[in-house]
Design a protein. Structure first.
Length: 321
């Protein structure tokens, strides 16, 4: 984690504990902004007319709050997860329990058990009903996908931290000792964050294994998925691209001849849909950070090339079975 804001408050300011000077320093450095909140209160009384009310004694109170920039809050959030990482271990116990419960059961039965667990852990998170609904393109109200509603809940957690200077300032001053076990067990917001993150890890793991819902928010797409999303019409299947990614990652060093063999294997030996050598090479260079010259077959390939093809045949058979 890159610590952009850690230790941004000078030690002498933090030591004298003059909040006004600290906040002035943070404002000047565009770390936070001051907002004025006005609270209006009044007494309402019925009139002689049916259903009519009037207000009397209106009172207006003003107070200042500070809201920190989003990047500050996200950095603090990441710091808390890393600093208290031992508090993110519930999924380990869950995985052990789930393994014992599903041992020897069919995939279908295991998935049924997993779905029950998924719903249980999802419902433990106090997601506001408004986060569970959204409008479609026709302005019809529809259910929000589970992981999208979880993302909305996480954004709300970040908002809850946004004006908690007592939690933020020690981090900006580099006072790591402030974040001790007592704070972890007694600070409501930190407890809320870790309850959510523990449940989220379990939900992500269950969804990864049983594919209840597509998750493009918390689970980063693989290189293969990104390629297939853009070049679906160029390839036979996602499995084909996953095999290419597997072969590249399998080798300590991939050379151009390896890519030529992969291209030849798919286009001429398996005879399945494959981009032209030019496009194939451009995709490999772009997504795997290579700089190979144009991929094409020579008039006579080397013995090593055909050995590569034979190995790819065996690897493909194992990969697809």
């Amino acid at each position: 984690m890159v610590k952009k804001y850690y230790n941004i408050i000078p030690s002498h300011l933090f030591t004298i504990k003059d909040t006004s000077l600290i906040m002035k320093h943070l404002e000047e450095n565009k770390i936070c902004e001051k907002f004025i909140l006005k609270n209006v209160s009044a007494n309402f009384e019925k009139t002689d007319k049916l259903g009519e009310w009037i207000s009397r004694g209106e009172l207006c109170k003003s107070r200042f709050i500070y809201r920190y920039t989003t990047s500050v809050i996200e950095e603090l959030y990441s710091f808390l997860l890393d600093h208290y990482k031992s508090g993110l271990n519930q999924y380990i116990l869950f995985n052990l329990s789930f393994y014992e419960e599903t041992f020897g059961k069919t995939y279908e039965k295991s998935k049924e058990i997993a779905l029950n667990y998924f719903n249980t852990y999802y419902n433990q998170i106090p997601i506001h009903p408004s986060f569970k609904l959204k409008f479609d393109s026709n302005r019809n109200m529809i259910p929000t996908p589970k992981f999208e509603s979880l993302y909305n809940y996480k954004k709300n957690l970040l908002l809850n931290i946004e004006n908690k200077s007592e939690l933020i300032i020690p981090y900006l001053a580099g006072n790591i000792d402030f974040y001790n076990s007592h704070l972890f067990h007694n600070n409501f917001i930190i407890k809320e964050v870790f309850e959510f993150e523990n449940n989220l890890k379990i939900l992500i793991e269950l969804n990864r294994r049983f594919k209840f819902e597509e998750d493009n928010i918390f689970t980063q797409k693989s290189i293969s998925q990104k390629i297939f999303e853009k070049y679906e019409d160029e390839f036979d299947s996602l499995k084909q691209i996953e095999f290419i990614e597997y072969q590249i990652k399998l080798k300590e060093k991939t050379i151009r001849a390896d890519i030529v063999s992969l291209f030849d294997f798919f286009s001429n030996h398996l005879n399945i849909k494959t981009p032209s050598g030019k496009v194939f090479g451009e995709i490999i260079n772009s997504y795997f950070d290579f700089n190979f010259s144009k991929i094409k077959l020579n008039s006579s390939e080397s013995t090593k090339h055909f050995k590569n093809i034979e190995k790819l045949k065996k690897d493909w058979e194992n990969f697809t079975n």
